[in-house]
Design a protein around this ligand. Structure first.
Ligand code: 16G
Length: 241
């Protein structure tokens, strides 16, 4: 029996664990629909409110998603991204056997605002590349990324290069050593425009990341603002004490 009404564990929690178990064991796969609230309520003789509480909790965790008018479905598995190791999107996806690509939204040289100049260690108004890309894995949009790089440092960037890999151009063609980065991660929601670009609902959970990357001699290389889909990403870090 899945639901034990005599257990000290709340009923919604028991149902939630049961559904989670089915997903983990692969009995429910990404894209599968789960039974309706009414069906669960009837099968286990519990209230629909209790069923809703269990399902809401799984939706909030990103394991399930609702589609208006058609039901509740099992989400794609999240990508577990280690936070140790300074890697590029291209490398991350290839390592997972996925095919990376980018859809270029903007490639421009603009004068640096004082914030950007400060972050990149250049003067206000100096020329910087402003590059906006949708990053895709196996043709599914995963993240939106805006990179700022000094034009005089990163010579010869082109639309063609940034549609492939910025890091491999910097290392292989310019011969720079990308050594270190600081990263800040914050929870946000998708704006209307971001939602449209990533093909997700507005207010969808997102992870906002700011990365400042440095070369081996300490020169700031890039300032990057990334917005990752919260339903497809989780970050992992190993700690010791
Ligand atoms: C990653 C980096 C970003 C870097 C990009 C280069 C994060 C949060 N950001 O997306 O800072 O500019 O990779 O990717 O991981 P590319 O070499 O594929 O162009």
């Amino acid at each position: 029996m899945i639901i034990n009404k005599n257990s000290p564990l709340p009923i919604y929690y028991q149902l939630e664990s049961h559904i989670k178990g089915l997903i983990e064991q692969g009995a429910l796969s990404p894209g599968d629909t789960i039974p309706s609230e009414r069906e669960y309520a009837e099968t286990y003789q519990i209230s629909r409110m209790t069923v809703r509480q269990a399902i809401n909790s799984l939706v909030n965790e990103g394991l399930l998603y609702r589609k208006k008018g058609s039901g509740t479905f099992v989400s794609e598995r999240k990508i577990e991204q280690p936070l140790q190791g300074l890697t590029s999107f291209t490398e991350d996806m290839k390592k997972r056997g996925m095919s990376p690509s980018s859809s270029l939204l903007q490639f421009e040289v603009v004068p640096a605002t004082s914030f950007i100049a400060n972050q990149l260690g250049i003067r206000d108004g100096d020329s910087v590349y402003e590059i906006k890309r949708i990053r895709l894995a196996d043709n599914v949009p995963m993240a939106l990324e805006t990179n700022y790089l000094s034009e005089s440092l990163v010579k010869g960037l082109s639309e063609e290069i940034v549609q492939a890999s910025i890091y491999s151009y910097i290392e292989e063609n310019l011969g720079f050593q990308i050594t270190r980065a600081d990263q800040l991660i914050e929870a946000t929601k998708a704006s209307k425009e971001e939602a449209k670009l990533l093909q997700i609902p507005k207010d969808h959970p997102m992870l906002f990341i700011q990365r400042n990357t440095y070369l081996s001699d300490g020169t700031p290389l890039e300032l990057v603002f990334s917005r990752y889909r919260g339903d497809r990403y989780k970050f992992f870090v190993e700690m010791e004490r």
